[in-house]
Design a binder for this molecule. Structure first.
Ligand SMILES: [Zn+2]
Length: 146
């Protein structure tokens, strides 16, 4: 007996995500080196040699933030528990998003500082890669930032 796995699962999953998904934003941080004159890297401390540098405040590495938006299927944790408060709904707890597995996404995940969904910031708790026969999606568990 030969068992053949359906070949179009990725297309189906992509289509569902496209239909019911919403955009979420990965905020990534990368460091650029300070290029001010009189500044440089102290390899022992990994900070600047000039602690009074006005460009980097002596840190040498200057964080730069960038946004990367992708469509995600979003599910709220705790069985979608929503606490009703005076101002409306308050999302209480965790969130899981499912996004397409792409080389670009994997690269972004490496330097993701936090994820923004509906103006709320979340930290990545765990990543699970899914898909057969090839990986085609990533489940990301998020927890709201304090
Ligand atoms: Zn500097």
């Amino acid at each position: 007996m030969v068992i053949t796995f359906p070949e179009n699962t990725e297309d189906t999953i992509d289509a569902i995500r496209e239909a019911i998904g919403r955009n979420i934003t990965f905020v990534t941080v990368s460091s650029i080196a300070c290029t001010a004159s009189g500044c440089g890297l102290d390899p022992t401390t990994n900070t600047g040699i000039n602690s009074f540098c006005v460009t980097c405040s002596g840190l040498y590495w200057i964080p730069t933030y960038s946004n990367y938006s992708v469509k995600a299927h979003i599910t709220w944790g705790n069985a979608d528990v929503l606490n009703w408060v005076t101002g409306g709904q308050l999302i209480d707890g965790d969130c899981r998003v499912q996004v397409k597995y792409t080389p670009e996404l994997l690269a972004e995940l490496e330097s993701t500082e936090y994820v923004t969904i509906d103006d709320k910031d979340f930290e990545i708790k765990s990543k699970i890669y899914r898909g057969v026969p090839e990986l085609n999606r990533v489940l990301i568990d998020l927890i709201e930032r304090e």
